[in-house]
Design a protein around this ligand. Structure first.
Ligand SMILES: [Zn+2]
Length: 437
């Protein structure tokens, strides 16, 4: 018995030692070109030193490990690569992916574990696409927080997850359940975030935070993909919005509002939300409110493009949804251009889950097509996204002291944004997940 215990302890100590030695191995990257610092300045031939999960030095030229006095460091040769910070997607749903051929009622036949297990490959694809951090905006707390912890422990591979958990929505609002008999949806909706009236919405925000939320997601207006012909106007009252924002801010959480219709966007911004998702109908006054409140727009252009295609090919799309796609999506480009022209803060988000996980970089093509420079588009997914996350001291740029979230592509994305669709190298927190050279 005693012998058995000693064997177990010996095995444990071996595991711990090998994990520790992995974590402490110093790595040196030789970067042919890189985007450096908060300004994402183009620099050539740099040596990046990574100790544990952190960038500890960046030197000009390719400095040998001897000259660095790091003879045991592992060298990663990216001399023929363009190196940039790990990308950040501020709007994903990693627990599902739209699939026109799937059983539309599967969420009444499946358990949370079905969702979690399916998500493992979505997370892998997202990380392999160069997205080292994501913000999940609306997934059951029973699925997303276990996934978040599994990634943190290293049990599964995926981006760092910042998550909202259950969405705060009014009864019958965009994030409530639709399309079933009321007595059925009464039984299976039951999300933590359904609330009505200022007091009830304070309670819902507190419960969602208690369940683990890093950020609060609300549906300030109707949405396109809910099976209800309720339009896309304001759905929460001004009093409810104020109650939600004040409660969340007092509990140190930012609030992001799904919002399409102009009235709802304005009401959400006036209530003090930190960002607007989609923002399909912007006008001059909404732009002014964005700037007054220093709020961000997360445009999710890819989502609009994806569902516009689906309308053409999926005859089973419910009429209420198809009608909203046809009405709302054509306004998105003009609204985005208005925001861009007026220098509204813009952070990158795809609404992946609507589109395929792993295709997140397709959003860059639309951002550039609608008027962003390549550099602006990259900044929206790095420094800007990190700021909106409140993680600018840790994420979103290659500089000393930051997390070693580092990716590379063939060729310069400043000249050709499509290079970001083929990421060759992915490091997250100092650990290499992909190296295709
Ligand atoms: Zn979404």
């Amino acid at each position: 018995m005693k012998q058995k215990l000693i064997t177990i302890l010996a095995a444990l100590s071996t595991t711990i030692c090998s994990a520790a030695s992995f974590a402490t191995q110093t790595q040196v990257i030789y970067a042919g070109s890189m985007l450096a610092g908060a300004g994402q300045t183009l620099e050539k031939q740099r040596t990046i030193v990574i100790e544990d999960a952190i960038i500890t030095r960046i030197e000009k030229g390719y400095v040998s490990v001897t000259d660095l006095a790091l003879p045991d460091a592992k060298i990663i040769d990216l001399k023929n690569q363009f190196v940039l910070p790990g990308l950040i997607d501020m709007h994903v749903h990693v627990t599902f992916e739209r699939d026109a051929s799937a059983n539309p009622h599967r969420w009444i036949t499946e358990y949370e574990a079905d969702y979690a297990l399916r998500s493992v490959k979505y997370l892998q694809r997202t990380l392999a696409a160069g997205f080292t951090s994501v913000r999940d905006l609306g997934s059951s707390y029973k699925v997303i927080f276990p996934l978040q912890r599994a990634v943190e422990r290293g049990d599964i591979q995926g981006p760092r997850i910042f998550a909202a958990g259950d969405t705060i929505t009014p009864t019958g609002g965009h994030a409530d359940l639709h399309g079933y008999r009321k007595d059925i949806s009464d039984v299976i909706s039951g999300g933590l975030g359904v609330c009505d009236g200022a007091d009830d919405c304070r309670r819902a925000v507190r419960e969602v935070i208690k369940s683990g939320a890093d950020v609060i997601k609300i549906t300030a207006t109707g949405g396109v993909l809910s099976n209800t012909a309720a339009g896309v106007n304001q759905q929460f009252t001004d009093q409810e919005l104020t109650a939600i924002v004040d409660t969340a801010h007092n509990l140190a959480r930012s609030v992001t509002a799904h919002a399409h219709g102009t009235s709802g966007i304005k009401a959400a911004l006036r209530a003090g939300v930190d960002s607007i998702e989609h923002g399909s109908y912007l006008d001059k006054e909404t732009v002014k409110l964005f700037k007054q409140h220093n709020a961000y727009l997360v445009p999710t252009l890819l989502a609009g493009q994806t569902v516009s295609q689906e309308v053409l090919s999926n005859p089973n799309m419910p009429v209420a949804i198809a009608n909203k796609v046809r009405t709302v999506v054509p306004n998105v480009a003009a609204s985005f251009k208005l925001a861009l022209k007026n220098k509204v803060n813009i952070a990158f988000g795809t609404d992946s889950g609507v589109s395929r996980h792993g295709n997140n970089a397709d959003e860059f093509l639309w951002l550039v097509k609608y008027g962003m420079t390549e550099k602006q588009a990259i900044m929206s997914a790095t420094v800007n996204a990190a700021k909106l996350l409140g993680e600018q001291d840790r994420l979103g740029q290659l500089s000393v002291g930051k997390q070693a979230d580092i990716i590379s592509v063939n060729g310069s994305p400043l000249d050709d944004i499509t290079t970001l669709q083929n990421v060759q190298f992915v490091m997250k927190a100092g650990q290499v997940y992909k190296h295709q050279l």
